[in-house]
Design a protein around this ligand. Sequence first.
Ligand SMILES: [Zn+2]
Length: 550
Amino acid sequence: MSALTRRSALALGGAVALVPVVGRAQAPGLLIAGGPIHTGRAGERVEAVATRGDKIVFAGSLAGARHAAPGARKIDLAGAAAYPGFVDSHAHLREIGLREMTLNLEGTASIAELQTRLRAAATAGPAGPIFGRGWIETHWPEQRFPTRQDLDAVVADRPVYLMRADGHAGVANSAALAMAGVTASTRPPAGGDIPHDAKGEPTGMLVDNAKALVEDRMPKPGRAMIREAMVRADRLYRSRGWTGVHSMSVSQDDMDALRSLAGGGDWGLRVDNYVDIDSAEEVLRTGPSVDASGKIRLRGIKLYADGALGSRGAALLAPYNDKPGWMGLLLTPPEKVVEWMAKAKAAGSQVAIHAIGDRGNRIALDSMAKVLGAAHTDRRWRIEHAQILSPADLPRFAAMGVTASMQPSHAIGDLYFAPARLGVERLRGAYAWRSLIKSGAVVCGGTDAPVEKGDPLIEFYAAVYRHALNGFAGPEWGLDQTVSRGQALAMFTTSAAYAIGRERELGALAVGRRADLTAFSRDLMTAAPADIPGAKATLTVIAGEVVHGG
Ligand SMILES: [Zn+2]
């Protein structure tokens, strides 16, 4: 432990303790009123909230707030509705920033448009390899994955690599495959796939662990670029109403950038970090820690059980309905998962493990049971996505005290193709938010940005309505798995706080809590579902400081 880093809430034994945080100079007090204020406590609504420094000192009547915070700066909500600060419980902060800085393929509507955007980037951008991200073929008229030939037709003279939105697959042009030495005879690494065409040649698609063949040879963002990406992500996220992020798959370079930025003062978000295993040295040596600003926390390690459903990398207990004999990919051998978990346990570190398929989730739960025992523990270990669950495994989350970290927007994107991949029977345990909550499990909500947009309003809408943004829902979409408004609010506030062991400090607008608050132009507790995504974040307060709007 250095002077800058101290043990945080999740102590070695897993018990939760509050740790005082050395903040910056006390923020002046705020008096927030002028719209409905939902405190996040059992449906409670108050007239006003007052803050002093980074704490809430009053929540109740306007007169009471005036009395409690004389001289405070008044902030008029002007009819907007306020909530405890919204927290994205699963996002990739650096990648959110990088998406804004590289070829952004979000919303690409066809292979033809993918080619148009690539052509524009090749003409306008710098020389050298081209990296892009964000395409998803689900709605394309061509109804297929892009191929290397599609890319070669636009750029043939230098490497091009375009990652699918989910980050679990990418397409490379022939120059990128040649750079990586990938030929018709290249065997995919364990946990990866290199699909071939009818002639036995690689199509250009690289799935899960096979992506590294090309990705490892593409230029890596340097320190300055990572720093800029973090700054952009921080600004973007504050403007959308987020007050905190549980950042996943974090590198040591990311941690260095975050600590330096927060140390410099011009930083907004609370960031709780889960590092990749190749950057796990520090957290496995010293355990969880918090920086001097109190905003940047090292929490634990991020593991991967399997891949993603869209690219058929999710590990299933029985074959895919639309690919006979194929059961998905295990990204980490199960014995290695247990080994890393045992190290994390010894260090008092949290574990966050990506698991999408029912086999991936079973392996994640079995591994935790091997390391922690099958009885309930308070270590707050978490399964990221928990997307497709066998009915036998669903009650294990509550029984073992494992948090289900889920992203409502995945359902309204994936349910277009999930029935084809899984068949009707397995859909019952898919994106089963309501069943998990009913079973007593804690479900925290996230976006997985940049896989999804990273918008709290889209997530809230998806959680309570489970229709696509265009209003569509298919007969197999499992509308009985929608959650109540109160449950949706909890996913992004109280449950997000619980997931990082800070449920007594964050997640509610109550006296003594940290002063984190979000206001949206519409009241999410009463608005018609269709009106939710179009609302605006009008005010974001973090640690008593107005960081957006106001
Ligand atoms: Zn993710």
